[in-house]
Design a protein around this ligand. Structure first.
Ligand SMILES: CC(C)(COP(=O)(O)OP(=O)(O)OC[C@H]1O[C@@H](n2cnc3c(N)ncnc32)[C@H](O)[C@@H]1OP(=O)(O)O)[C@@H](O)C(=O)NCCC(=O)NCCS
Length: 207
């Protein structure tokens, strides 16, 4: 068993604990030492206690030689936090055993998937990508670094999703489209045209 620290006491951090526990049920792999968070809310501290997980403190309290799961949901915040980590820290990918993975899948470090995620054939994923519960990634898709795909969202075949894009819960990006760096797709949106960088689009069709 290797030591692992979860960074982020929020929803995605605690969902990631479930992914880690599911991995461990198949093959004991990770010992979760606790959760790092600079300023957890009182509600989240109670939720950690219910999971039997200690709050270890802020980033300065990161235990040496432990692997790190970067679980900050907001892509830009996650990217900023990654820059504060030591360059040699281990950032494993944590893939829920129920994730469906197609052929020719390539990914960088720090990929985290939750239960029920589906990844089509020939998908390429950068570093620190989060795929929430039941996200669907179609064939021949490229997700750049720090992309978050929220629950039940669908990225259709041959899409290219830029760095730090958030694809909102239950939204659909139609096939072959590009979503530019730093943009946000609102929950339940249907994206029918390319989205330029740093835009927020919402609604059906998304504007
Ligand atoms: C689209 C989004 C980014 C907008 O955030 P925001 O800029 O803070 O917008 P606000 O909450 O101030 O709302 C502004 C307006 O947009 C509307 N709006 C917000 N989200 C919307 C959405 N997803 N679809 C359609 N309209 C939306 C609001 O009703 C409001 O309308 P009004 O001015 O007529 O009252 C955000 O609401 C969203 O959908 N994010 C995705 C979050 C997600 O996936 N959450 C699940 C986490 S698991």
């Amino acid at each position: 068993m290797r030591d692992l620290v979860i960074v982020g006491a929020g929803g995605f951090g605690r969902e990631t604990v479930d992914t880690v526990r599911a991995i461990n049920r198949g093959k004991p792999t990770w010992r979760i030492l606790g959760v790092i968070d600079d300023s957890p809310s009182p509600a989240n501290l109670n939720r950690l206690a219910a999971l039997d997980l200690p709050h270890l403190g802020g980033l300065a309290a990161l235990p040496p030689r432990s692997a790190v799961a970067l679980c900050i949901g907001a892509p830009a915040d996650r990217s900023r936090l990654a820059q504060r980590l030591e360059p040699d820290v281990e950032l494993p990918s944590l893939i829920h055993p129920s994730t469906q993975i197609g052929s020719l899948f390539r990914h960088g470090h720090g990929l985290i998937t939750l239960a029920g995620t589906s990844i089509g054939t020939n998908v390429r994923v950068g570093d620190h990508v989060h795929l929430n519960a039941h996200a669907v990634i179609g064939h021949d898709v490229h997700l750049s670094d720090f992309v978050s795909v929220n629950p039940n969202a669908t990225v259709s075949g041959e899409c290219a999703i830029g760095t730090q894009v958030l694809v909102g819960a239950g939204s659909t990006v139609l096939q072959g489209l590009t979503v530019g760096r730093g943009s946000t797709v609102g929950a339940a949106a249907c994206v029918t045209h390319d989205v330029p960088a740093t835009r927020t689009v919402k609604g059906v069709p998304a504007r």
